[in-house]
Design a protein around this ligand. Structure first.
Ligand code: PGA
Length: 251
């Protein structure tokens, strides 16, 4: 049995004060039920959120990292710095990073390896664009992204990683993939992991769906056999709503 994992990707939202307010309100209404929940605030709020999450079951994640340990890389954040501030998870290869900041599949692989070398669990984002979907390339694109992300990574480490399947056309658009379609592509991603490694590893990796998930539709995604959780953007900014999502929509 895979433990469900629901992660909040706040993107470039919330000051330190707003992040603290969120945590207080969220922790007051969220009732843990055995699933894993991860908050990924912007870098500037990591320390404050870490403090408020101490002693709770909610984990901390970052939205990106750089693969070098330290050095002259102005503006970048090293894996060890994320561990130091209390992160357990790190989002890697989000489509906004790939699209706006030119991150390539090779960069994503370097970042995944750097995260794993520091015991940070990567949440590896991938998914096709609308053009690719309409051209019938979804399978090809997603398979290539998975193969590249895991290059040079041992099965034992791969098993602890998380993948977020986020079709780009569904992100922030209110146009989610149907649960059945998300389940189908996620099944294909799991099969790709089985081809790279083995069935056991494929059975352990948790794969989330992301793209316009909200408190109304989360339960339908969680019902799908291949879907192990969600990466939630816009709907993760509201503490009461995210408390519902964090339980997979179960009241
Ligand atoms: P969304 O974003 O929930 O606002 O669609 C998801 C994501 O980008 O991770």
């Amino acid at each position: 049995m895979r433990t469900p994992i629901i992660a909040a990707n706040w993107k470039m939202h919330k000051t330190v004060a707003e992040a603290k307010d969120f945590c207080r309100a969220f922790l007051a209404s969220y009732e843990p039920d055995g699933g894993e929940v991860v908050l990924c605030p912007p870098f500037t709020a990591l320390g404050a959120v870490a403090e408020l999450l101490q002693g709770t079951e909610v984990k901390l994640g970052a939205q990106d990292l750089f693969w070098e340990e330290k050095g002259a890389y102005t503006g970048e954040i090293a894996p060890g710095m994320l561990v130091d501030v209390g992160c357990h998870y790190v989002i890697i290869g989000h489509s906004e990073r790939r699209g706006y900041f030119g991150e390539t599949d090779a960069d994503v692989n370097r970042k995944v390896r750097a995260a794993l070398a520091h015991d940070l669990k990567p949440i590896i984002c991938l998914g096709e664009s609308l053009e690719q979907r309409e051209a019938g390339q979804t399978e090809k694109v997603v398979t290539a992204q998975v193969r590249s992300a895991y290059e040079g990574i041992d099965a034992s480490l791969a098993a602890g990683t998380v993948i977020a399947y986020e079709p780009i056309w569904a992100i922030g658009t209110g146009r989610n993939a149907t649960p059945e379609e998300a389940n189908r592509v996620i099944g294909l991603i799991r099969q790709t992991i089985a081809d790279i490694y083995d069935e056991e590893t494929a059975g352990q990796i948790r794969i989330q769906y992301g793209g316009s998930v909200n408190k109304e539709n989360i339960a339908q995604f969680m019902e799908q056999p291949e879907i192990d959780g969600a990466l939630v953007g816009g709907a993760s900014l509201d503490p009461a709503g995210f408390a519902v999502i964090a339980r997979g929509g179960r009241s």
